[in-house]
Design a protein around this ligand. Structure first.
Ligand code: HPA
Length: 280
């Protein structure tokens, strides 16, 4: 698998311009919806909807359960741009392509990125349907050589060697905690580990991930967060726990299970998100 192609600033600007031509909204908040969580976009009314296929250079989402379109509109009086379906590394795209939408959001002036995902619980205290505030991530995929910032640095966004000491914004995390409390929603806190997928982890993988401090595991998010931080975008991250990780090898994991759990989580995620948007 390749790090190339490296997307260029011109391509990012092309896509941003195509979006500007199709909406009057100037999004301040970007929202990436994970597997099974796409229903949240239905709350955005009125909305301008743009299928990914109609945007130049935009990678197509090939995964069942990901709609593959942008929904741009207003939520709690904030102009938001929602990715209903994300792009994954395991689909065969380069890291630069996977994170292209975040770059386009930055060109559009997005200041805050909310990333959500479906994740498997490694922490034994978590149950399917629970939510976890991401307090930090373990960039295992980056440690294997797939960091989205590999390639020419685009100085217009940020520096060659960006700091990642506080990827997940403390103030936004506090707002999420407050919104969860106000709505009586249990919100765990923990470390998300990002792997490439698409196969789920085996028991030995999971025992390793637990030993190195992971609470939840998934196949996305970390590259997007790195690119967001490189460009100075503030990040809030929430994992939807879709399944218990199979540490003992006695249960199986399926994509159907992941999508099903999403249904339970959407209303909780929406309440937290609305609470955060009201306070920013
Ligand atoms: N592992 C990896 N990715 C996932 C899982 C899992 O158990 N559940 C949802 N996404």
């Amino acid at each position: 698998m390749n790090n190339e192609p490296f997307m260029t600033l011109e391509q990012m600007e092309d896509a941003a311009e195509a979006i500007r031509r199709r909406t009057k909204y100037q999004p301040r908040v970007g929202l990436i919806l994970g597997s099974g969580l796409g229903g949240l976009a239905d709350s955005i009314q009125p909305a301008d909807v743009i299928p990914y296929a109609e945007l130049p250079h935009w990678p197509q989402s090939t995964v069942w359960g990901h709609a593959g379109r942008l929904v741009i509109g207003s939520l709690e009086n904030q102009p938001v741009l929602v990715m209903q379906g994300r792009i994954h590394f395991y689909e065969g795209y380069s890291m630069s392509q996977v994170t292209f939408p975040v770059r386009v959001m930055q060109r559009l002036g997005v200041e805050i990125l909310v990333v959500t995902n479906a994740a498997g619980a490694i922490n034994p205290a978590y149950a399917p349907g629970d939510l976890m505030l991401i307090t930090d991530n373990l960039n295992l995929i980056g440690m294997m050589g797939y960091n989205p910032l590999i390639g020419p640095n685009i100085d217009e966004f940020g520096v060659r060697f960006p700091d990642m000491s506080q990827s997940y914004d403390r103030q936004l995390s506090d707002l999420a905690r407050k919104a969860a409390r106000a709505n009586g929603i249990l919100l765990h806190e923990g470390v998300y580990v990002g792997l490439s997928g698409p196969s789920f982890e085996g028991p030995a993988d999971l025992r390793f991930l637990r030993a190195v401090g992971s609470d939840a595991v998934g196949m996305s998010t970390v590259p997007e967060v790195i690119v967001a931080r490189h460009g100075g975008t503030r990040v809030l991250g929430i994992s939807g726990i879709s399944n218990k990780a199979n540490l003992d090898g006695n249960t199986t994991t399926s994509h159907e299970e992941v999508l099903e759990a999403g249904q339970v989580m959407v209303p909780k995620l929406e309440a937290i998100l609305r609470g955060v948007l009201q306070q920013i």
